[in-house]
Design a binder for this molecule. Structure first.
Ligand SMILES: [Zn+2]
Length: 254
């Protein structure tokens, strides 16, 4: 019996040692924290049948309040590429302005178009087409090669908006993004009313996902458009910061 117990203890010791070694292999730096956080907020969740046009999808969920903000370091770049990008231009988008909050169609289209042109102006590539399509039946979450921007109820009071991006597994080419703006928030122009969630502010962030930029959660980088959290009244994401521009131009040129 004593011999068996010793063997069991030995095996347990080996297991614990290997577990400790494995966790030590993960560098305890900010990137690791950020990477560890990424799958939670942006999981790759669905895959279409195999082949040349096999698609993967990643969802970016924009939360109102940080639950566990990562600490930053001064050496951070404050931008992160998804590793996928558009290869045909311009990217067109379809707005469904239907909403339960009586937000006007002209306000929505103006805010979204301004957001798209903000990215467009930061690269020589004709990234977004100047004109948008209005479609009252366009839906978030349907993979149909239409970039749908829609409003609706997302069953979480802490989720401001969600962007899903579909891309080819081979070639890493974005083929679609869809966006949902959660009607559990009051949307508007926060320069006029600081109690509302600023549509242009959030749309600029979400369109950053649409062109291949990931969320940034480091507290060093709270000023960038791709910082992953927002609050009512915030308008700082309307304009791009240098890291956002550097990331964009890394994909689409100066
Ligand atoms: Zn985001």
């Amino acid at each position: 019996m004593r011999k068996i117990n010793l063997v069991a203890i030995f095996v347990l010791a080996i297991l614990l040692t290997s577990l400790a070694t494995a966790s030590m292999l993960i560098p305890a730096d900010d990137n690791a924290k950020e990477n560890a956080k990424a799958p939670e907020n942006s999981p790759v969740i669905s895959i279409t049948p195999a082949g040349e046009w096999e698609l993967e999808r990643v969802d970016f969920i924009h939360y109102a309040k940080p639950t566990n903000p990562a600490k930053g370091s001064r050496t951070e770049t404050c931008y992160k590429l998804m590793g996928v990008k558009w290869k045909t231009f311009p990217v067109t988008y379809t707005i469904n302005p239907t909403n339960s909050l009586n937000i006007s169609e002209s306000f929505i289209t103006s805010a979204v178009q301004t957001s798209a042109e903000t990215w467009d102006a930061a690269t020589s590539q004709e990234l977004f087409s100047d004109a948008y399509v209005i479609n009252y039946t366009a839906q978030y979450g349907t993979q149909n090669f239409q970039n749908a921007i829609a409003f609706g109820d997302y069953p979480d009071n802490n989720v401001i908006a969600v962007t899903s991006v579909w891309y080819t597994r081979v070639g890493k080419q974005i083929v679609e993004f869809d966006q949902l703006y959660n009607t559990r928030f009051d949307w508007g122009d926060a320069t006029l009313n600081p109690l509302v969630m600023d549509l242009q502010n959030i749309a600029t962030h979400e369109l950053g996902h649409g062109v291949g930029l990931a969320d940034i959660y480091s507290t060093t980088c709270t000023g960038v458009t791709m910082y992953g959290y927002s609050t009512e009244g915030e308008t700082s994401k309307r304009t791009l910061e240098q890291p956002d521009v550097t990331g964009l131009q890394g994909m689409y040129g100066i």
